[in-house]
Design a protein around this ligand. Structure first.
Ligand SMILES: [Zn+2]
Length: 148
């Protein structure tokens, strides 16, 4: 991918300054259209609800279950998808963590169920975004006190 961009950039720059090559050679293909061949669309079936994302998106966080080889254990060869018998409501937030690097959590969910999902997918609670972290911590403390 990086090589393709490097090969293509001089042509893009030349075009930008109005220099048009007397082309006997064709321009190299735009690197951005190569995404489809380099990356792979992955289907994640969470209790019947299907989510799709790029393989590269998940691999941004290799220390987590979805970002590592660990997820292969959940691959369904017949359906060509990963199947997880987990909560799809909370999973939406987990997937957006891979997209944006920020984990938000829904206030409507019980804090223990969020913890369970984070533990299952191997995401550290420290990855919760600043906007949600304080609330998470407070509710967790409250919950711990209640359970004692
Ligand atoms: Zn937030």
């Amino acid at each position: 991918m990086a090589t393709a961009v490097a090969a293509w950039l001089p042509f893009a720059r030349a075009a930008a300054i109005g220099w048009v090559p007397v082309a006997t050679n064709n321009l190299p293909p735009m690197p951005f259209s190569r995404r489809k061949t380099n990356d792979k669309l992955i289907t994640l079936n969470i209790s019947g609800r299907r989510f799709q994302t790029w393989k590269n998106t998940l691999e941004k966080f290799p220390d987590t279950m979805l970002g590592s080889q660990e997820k292969e254990f959940f691959y369904d060869d017949e359906m060509k998808e990963y199947f997880f018998d987990r909560d799809p409501e909370i999973f939406r937030h987990i997937l957006s963590f891979y997209r944006t690097g920020k984990m938000h959590f829904p206030r409507t969910e019980c804090i223990s169920s969020i913890d369970d999902e984070l533990a299952f997918f191997g995401i550290m609670p420290e990855m919760i975004a600043d906007c949600c972290y304080e609330d998470y911590r407070d509710r967790k403390r409250e919950n711990d006190e209640r359970l004692v």
